[in-house]
Design a protein around this ligand. Structure first.
Ligand code: H2U
Ligand code: ZN
Length: 350
């Protein structure tokens, strides 16, 4: 009898954080790769673009002008998906037709006045500025009575539907706790009640022993390919300390979060020598006024690229109808990312 081997045999893996499953088919990754080394097209952007609605001094579509900002700059989204003054209400009489009104605030954060930069090309100091503004916004938005969850995220690259290459992220805060954080909350709470420790604290401890999914670590954060990753180069940044949200981070932790964010995205860019697209976002405690000892701060990175700068993974067919599937294992992805240089390819002397 051949023994089950995760590096060879199709299997499904459980996502302990959400309760979802992913199908892994490592034997398919052994197919020969074709055209793997084609590099992405390098389009040089100007430091300032007069047509960009995020550049300093420019007019936005809403008619307002951006100030001559020099670090980060935050404004309320001119096309906010959520509004503060929506009346409370429900359509809930029928079990099969349920709806409720939603309130919230949506903001846009410019990471830098420079139109041509991205996180991996920004300095440690500048990225630290982004972490500081996340902390401030999380705390301030969370203080509103009607804000129970603050979702900080970044959508990067045209393939992710990002409308503008100027380095920026968004924050959507809402009355309800959205679907993904809610799944994680339920599982983290059940784990804490059972073991009196955070789920991600225990997970991290085991990952640090096993080492095969680690990408990078500093004193306060670990960057890894999660065991249950769906996207080929999916990654997670997890705080070593079991901290519920980023308002509780020390100065050293904020420095190290900025460092981990840079270190991961530099490796991402170096992988196919392109500005690597992804959706990334922070999951942390709701701002509903309750204590949340079950929550353990982390950041997810979901990049759509499959095996080169131009081949994108599509979540279609079986994945839409049944369950997500991947070929290359998270262990292989982690070893490839781990082996890459921490110097951005544009800065490396050729
Ligand atoms: P992306 O990160 O997906 O490209 O979205 C940029 C956001 O910027 C988008 O939500 C907002 C859009 O509504 N925006 C403004 O608030 N003002 C503008 O002048 C243009 C875009
Ligand atoms: Zn710009």
């Amino acid at each position: 009898m051949v023994k089950f081997n995760m590096e060879e045999h199709p299997h499904r893996r459980f996502n302990a954080l959400t309760g979802d499953w992913v199908l892994v088919s490592p034997h398919r990754a052994k197919r020969p790769w074709q055209g793997q080394v084609e590099k992405g097209q390098q389009t040089e952007r100007p430091q300032y673009d007069e047509k960009c609605y995020l550049c300093p001094g420019n007019e936005r579509i809403g008619g307002e002008n951006n100030p001559q900002y020099t670090g980060t700059y935050v404004f309320t989204n001119d096309f906010s998906a959520l509004l503060t003054d929506t009346p409370l209400g429900k359509d809930g009489d029928d079990e099969l037709f349920r709806a409720e009104s939603e309130q919230g605030i949506c903001k846009v954060i410019c990471f830098s006045p420079r139109h041509d930069l991205t996180i991996p090309e920004m300095t440690q100091e500048a990225v630290r500025g982004v972490v500081d503004v996340w902390q401030k916004e999380y705390t301030e938005l969370g203080r509103h009575d009607f804000v129970n969850y603050v979702q900080i995220f970044e959508n990067k690259g045209a393939v992710m539907g990002c409308s503008n290459p100027h380095p920026h992220g968004q924050i959507w805060s809402s009355r309800s706790i959205p679907v993904e954080p809610m799944k994680e909350q339920v599982r983290q709470l059940a784990y804490l009640q059972k073991y009196n420790r955070t789920l991600l604290g225990d997970y991290l401890k085991k990952e640090l022993e096993k080492k095969d999914r680690l990408i990078y670590q500093n004193e306060n954060f670990v960057v890894l390919s999660p065991y249950w990753a769906v996207w080929p180069f999916e990654a997670m940044i997890v705080s070593k300390r079991a901290v519920a949200d980023l308002s509780l981070f020390t100065d050293a932790e904020k420095e190290d979060l900025a460092d981990a964010y840079r270190q991961l995205t530099i490796r991402y860019d170096n992988l196919f020598e392109v500005s690597f697209p992804y959706s990334a976002g922070i999951h942390q405690a709701p701002t509903d006024g309750e204590d949340h000892p079950e929550w353990h701060f982390h950041m997810h990175f979901y990049p759509p690229l499959l095996r080169s700068a131009t081949v994108k993974k599509f979540m279609v067919g079986y994945e839409m109808l049944a369950t997500p599937q991947r070929d290359i294992t998270p262990e292989t992805s982690a070893s490839r990312l781990r082996a890459l240089s921490d110097i951005h390819f544009k800065k490396a002397t050729k």
